[in-house]
Structure formats: C-alpha cells, structure tokens
Design a protein around this ligand. Sequence first.
Ligand code: ZN
Ligand code: ZN
Length: 339
Amino acid sequence: MKAIKIIEPGVVNLAEIDKPKVGAEEILIKLKALGLCGSDLQTFRGQNKMVSYPRIPGHEIAGKIVQTGENVPSEFQVGRLVTVSPYSSCGKCVACQQGRVNCCPDNQTLGIQRDGAAVEFIALPYKKVFLVGNLPEDQIACIEPLSVGWHATNRAQVSSKDIVLVFGCGMIGLGVIAASGYKGAKVIAVDIDDLKLEKAKVLGASYIINSQKEDLEKKIFRLTSGQGVNVVIEAVGLSETFKKAIDLVCFSGRVVYIGYTKEPVEYDTSLFVKKEIDIRGSRNALDDEIKDVIKMVESRKIKIENIITQNYLLKNLGEALRFWDKHTDKVTKIIIHFS
Ligand SMILES: [Zn+2]
Ligand SMILES: [Zn+2]
C-alpha cells in the first residue's frame, strides 16, 4: 500500500509499505481523509524534538472500517465511518491513575513519536476508534483537532454563564471558540489576522478584536463593565499573550494555556494571588471529549466546513507541507484526500 514518509526535514517521499495485519482487538481502517496538524508541519521543518526520521506523519483521521479482529465488539461494523484518538497512555503513572491519560508522560501520538496515518490502511485498537454518523469525510478529519480546543474549555470549566476571551484563531483557537459557543458562553476572539477573525465569527464568536488595530484592553474592559473576562484561553504561545491573559481575566477568573512559548515568560505574580486566578495547562484530549465533539459536529450547529482552507491528494502531501511552510497565514486546515 502507499504511504507518505518524511525522510528528513524538508524531504517527503511516496513509499510502498506492507498493509498492516489486524490483531484480535484491532480494527483495520481504510483512510478517506486526513487533516494535517501543526505538529506535522513541525516534523517537516525539523522543529519537533519528539520526532525521529523517517516518520509517516498524520493523526487527524477520517476513515471507514474494512475489517475487525475477533475480539472487537459488534457495533464496529464493516463500512461504518470512524475517527480515532491518536494518543496512547501507560496506565500506570499518576496522571493515568487519575484518568488524566491525555497528559501521560509516556504518550505516543500517531505521526509524532510513532508512525501516523498518511497511509492507505491503518490498524488500531478498537478502544481508540470512534464511530461517527454520516458526515463529510473532511469534517470527520476535523474532529480530533477540535477536541483539543474542547478539552481546554473543560479545563476552564466553561459554562453558559461565562465570557471567554480566546487568544488566537488558528485551528486550536477555533476549536475553543466552537466549543465555548456550543456550551452557551459568550466568546471574544482575538487575533491579528482579519481573515482568521472572520472564521472565528462564523464558528461562534460574539465579538472579534484585531489587537493590532484596536486597543484590546480598553475594549475588553468596556465589554465587561470594567471587570475583565471570567475565562481566558491562550492558543497562541507568545509571552505577550501569556501575560495579557493575567491582565484581562477578572478577579476569581480562570486562565488556561494551550500554546507553548519558545522563551521563558516574565510575570508580575502578585496578580495571581490578588485575583486568586485558577491557572491551568491543557494538552491533547480525552476519549469522552472526542465523543462530545462528534456530537457537536453531528448536530451541525457549528459550521465546521469553514475551517478547511486547502485540499490535496495523498501523493501531493509533500507539496501541501511546502505550501504551508511558506504561507502559514493562508492555512487553517489542510485536508489530504485518498481518492
Ligand atoms: Zn494534532
Ligand atoms: Zn501514564
């Protein structure tokens, strides 16, 4: 079968590899669509320390069941559409013991620490496979990245009572916006790119702010009667937005960070205490959250199709990564198709 391998940073090849064998607990999935993740771009650029080469990228999967192992429950019928959780967990560490398997230190994500899904067929344990209804394949491929944003809103305990400020309207930020809006919160989306802000509006933001053109602080305090927002979720990874989150959250508010900053961040920590802020990190997503996102997408209340910006065929995956590398501002989600 065909597979795409990143041989070394910048070098992408179409390869012929063996079709996987299906274990007793496994499901064989024929790929229909694959979303490219920011981590795949990092692998292409040689910027991810967790990746060794050659590596088959990809973990945002839309596929169809073509075969099941003998111990797989009968609801997983051949022909059903599925997506998958690309993460693994050890089951033994403190995080795993508490059910927080998404932050297991031994996590191995498909396409990062182990080979991924830029292949015609992939065999995975049925516990990692989730049935989806009759949705377009490109939208099914968006479920996993949307779940990362959904998880952040759970970390922030977002409810319909909240005003949520979201820094960053890339894929992950849009997932936060969609989830917060779906949960009934009022969302303020902040970015410096008007096109991304327009997407934020379509995905459920009540207010959009271009922080390069408008006075962010003034606008936030005006919108919240001088109090600040209940929740800030940072999905950019810049020291400036990490700090602004603390300034703009209200007393007793919650701040959740998804972005990774490259440099250490300097804080006036007195605000942590004075405001008694709950500050949390957020990474990946839990299986139940993927199921909740499937329900959200199936409800068709969120216009997921607006996330997708480019489409390529599997054999042109290298071209897709080269395009993304040069035009990061033009890409929200690239979908790879298999026919
Ligand atoms: Zn990803
Ligand atoms: Zn663990």
